[in-house]
Design a protein around this ligand. Structure first.
Ligand SMILES: Nc1ncnc2c1ncn2[C@@H]1O[C@H](COP(=O)(O)OP(=O)(O)OP(=O)(O)O)[C@@H](O)[C@H]1O
Length: 655
């Protein structure tokens, strides 16, 4: 009985955490934005755009090649001798056909080209004329996909970024004013208290999401802002607004560089400078407006009146694959453009004139972590908690599934008696309960975690916080809600099936399924940390769990399994949960006996299953070890898989 009571501890712990969390947040309603209404200490006006050091970024002879496995042969040249510059206070647009290298050059300039042993990246980068070093300027990179925690409002998202990224010396009022200022500047005031939303719950619009992405990047007052196709997926109006935002940021003194596909005329007119690429080569780099048109007119290609220059350039520099003749003609034209540009004044006038001395460069940009471990933990805990409790659709589905599963199994195993046949029924039900609990927790986690990991990877790459406070905050914040569903399942199933009728046994039953559910979630986290996408996680997670189900203690007796598989039951979270549930159910239970070979009590039933000399405590310790193993593996994998960026080397260093 004492053993049976021991596993009640996790439920008490989860309940305790839930109570503490509720108490903590009862003082701050979840929907309320976390704005401190303190008066400014220093009376500074935060409404003006913060001053950023002006940066002129120039690049010289950037080459990027994909190499064969031998490391010598070049398979493809992604960037060919690219030179150019982006100036403070100006908006530079990188345009070119699909696959021309726009994203690649943007990644290179932002120091965020994903590292690969098969890529060779050479060239020189200069900031205000001096060789670029990693921490000499602040970079913001607005990626194509906008990834956010869907249940947080716009203001909460920005406030959290501000709390994590602004120096600890700033006051809460200053941070709050700073957030208000950014909301104002990016036109996000109207949707400030709207949740970001996702596919399940509609939140802010695509354009607002993009502007929120820019806003989050602006928190650190970057000098240079890179944006990869910021208008993709937006309607004309939203696209216009996003580009207007970038233009204003340029006018505020930022250096803004964006790649863009086929902008409409009104968007093109906002560009100050233009970098035209085709198949990794520069076709034109220089001022975007009349100069660009005059340059091509000088080459015999005049843009007709009332034609959008962006469309004109797109037609001019694209390779036409519709027929071999057209392909050859368009390729010749593009090659001629590349050749001409490489030898014109345009190609060199923006650079400092003298050939820069080769220096060893690193463009890896890592922000220093600004706040301490506990503050990171507290902020991330709040985010994880809000995300978990506000996710109504997911929680509704999970609770409905728990109730439905309990009702179905409860009806099938309705009020089991004490006949001999009920022994098999009990075993079947306990196995089904263990499998259902594990699968529900696993599928939920693998469905959600890979998306969250993508956000966390980005934030960690920026140095916003560490992995340990993130994981600790997530695990603790999700504990109460994670415990609620197995508890609901147990509370309905237990009386329906009339399992061992004792409050203590019910407490143990609930504790066992709760711990098992945490172990399955931990396994889901590990699977999510291992693979690149939700689809891959959804394929791998349940397949792995099937193996643990087969060796879950009911279908195969571990002693009868081939030697090579005998270790699997020891690591199967289903097996230990099933074992603990059986001991909890059968110990002390008497059965009706008619025949001499009938089993008179539960102890003998346990002997048959091979659980005779075990206890609930022992099984739960094993389950706890499995839980810790998956948590540790998740930590190790996320640590190992932290995004790494390709180092750029000076041309002569690479030879
Ligand atoms: N890490 C990589 N390994 C292999 N090939 C790559 C890698 N990165 C880019 N490429 C290739 O380099 C070329 C340029 O890619 P990039 O994404 O820069 O083009 P893009 O102009 O941005 O295209 P789009 O407009 O379609 O996004 C493509 O052919 C792409 O397949």
């Amino acid at each position: 009985m004492a053993a049976a009571a021991a596993p009640a501890i996790p439920v008490l712990v989860a309940g305790g955490v839930a109570a503490l969390v509720l108490k903590f947040f009862s003082r701050r309603p979840p929907a309320a934005p976390e704005i401190q209404e303190e008066a400014s200490d220093d009376g500074k006006d935060a409404s003006s755009a913060p001053e950023v050091p002006p940066i002129t970024l120039s690049w010289h002879k950037i080459c990027c090649a994909l190499q064969a496995k031998d490391g010598i042969t070049t398979v493809k040249r992604l960037l060919k001798n690219l030179s150019g510059e982006a100036k403070a206070g100006r908006l530079l647009a990188i345009m070119g056909p699909s696959g021309s290298g726009k994203t690649t050059i943007l990644n290179v300039l932002a120091g965020q080209l994903a590292a690969s042993p098969r890529l060779k990246l050479t060239g020189l980068l200069f900031v205000n004329g001096t060789p670029c070093v990693s921490t000499s300027y602040k970079v913001a990179y607005v990626r194509q996909e906008d990834l956010f925690f869907s249940q947080l409002t716009v203001r909460e998202t920005l406030s959290l970024a501000a709390e994590l990224q602004l120096p600890g010396s700033s006051t809460a009022a200053e941070r709050s004013r700073y957030v208000d200022d950014i909301l104002q500047r990016l036109g996000l005031v109207r949707c400030a208290d709207t949740p970001v939303g996702d596919a399940k719950v509609r939140g802010i619009s695509g354009g607002e999401k993009k502007r929120l992405s820019i806003a989050c990047e602006l928190i650190a007052s970057p000098s240079v802002i890179f944006a990869d196709e910021p208008t993709t997926g937006l309607d004309a109006f939203q696209a216009e607004q996003v580009m207007e935002t970038l233009k204003k940021l340029a006018q505020d003194g930022h250096t803004v560089v964006c790649s863009i596909h086929q902008p409409r005329g009104s968007i093109y007119s906002k560009f100050d400078d233009l970098l035209l690429l085709s198949e990794g080569s520069v076709i034109y780099a220089g001022p975007a407006q009349n100069e660009a048109l005059a340059y091509f007119a000088g080459l015999g290609h005049s843009c007709p009146e009332h034609v959008n220059p962006a469309e004109f350039f797109a037609d001019l520099i694209s390779i036409d694959y519709s027929s071999p003749e057209k392909e050859s003609a368009s390729r010749k034209r593009v090659e001629a453009f590349v050749e001409i540009f490489a030898t014109t004044l345009y190609a060199t006038r923006s650079l400092s004139g003298t050939e820069p001395a080769p220096v060893k460069l690193s463009t890896q940009h890592v922000t220093q972590q600004k706040v301490g471990w506990w503050k990171q933990f507290r902020l991330l805990f709040r985010r994880a908690w809000l995300q978990a409790i506000r996710d109504g659709p997911t929680n509704k589905v999970r609770s409905r599934m728990s109730v439905a599963a309990a009702m179905i199994f409860g009806s099938i195993y309705w009020r089991m008696g004490r006949s001999q046949t009920s022994i098999q029924d009990r075993m079947g039900l306990l196995q089904v309960a263990a499998v259902n609990t594990a699968m529900a927790a696993l599928t939920k986690t693998v469905n959600v975690f890979p998306k969250e990991r993508a956000i966390v990877d980005r934030e960690r790459a920026k140095g916003s916080y560490g992995l340990a406070p993130y994981l600790a905050a997530k695990l603790i914040a999700e504990m109460p809600i994670g415990a609620a569903f197995p508890l609901l399942f147990g509370a309905i199933l237990y009386p329906m099936a009339r399992l061992h009728p004792s409050a203590k046994r019910f407490g143990s039953f609930s504790s066992i399924v709760t711990v098992e559910s945490f172990a399955a979630s931990a396994m889901g986290l590990c699977v999510g940390a291992m693979v690149p996408s939700t689809e891959a996680a959804m394929a791998l997670g349940p397949s792995l769990m099937t193996v643990f189900i087969v060796f879950g203690g009911y279908y195969v007796n571990s002693e009868n399994a081939p030697v090579m598989f005998r270790w699997i039951p020891r690591v199967s979270l289903i097996r230990w949960a099933f074992q603990a549930l059986c001991i909890n159910e059968f110990k002390g239970l008497k059965f009706e006996c008619d025949k001499p070979y009938d089993l008179p009590n539960g102890e003998q039933a346990l002997e048959r299953l091979g659980f005779g000399d075990s206890t609930i405590n022992k099984a739960m310790v094993e389950e706890g070890r499995i839980l810790l193993f998956w948590y540790t593996m998740t930590y190790a994998l996320m640590r190992k898989n932290k995004p790494r960026y390709q180092r750029i080397v000076a041309p002569d260093e690479s030879s």
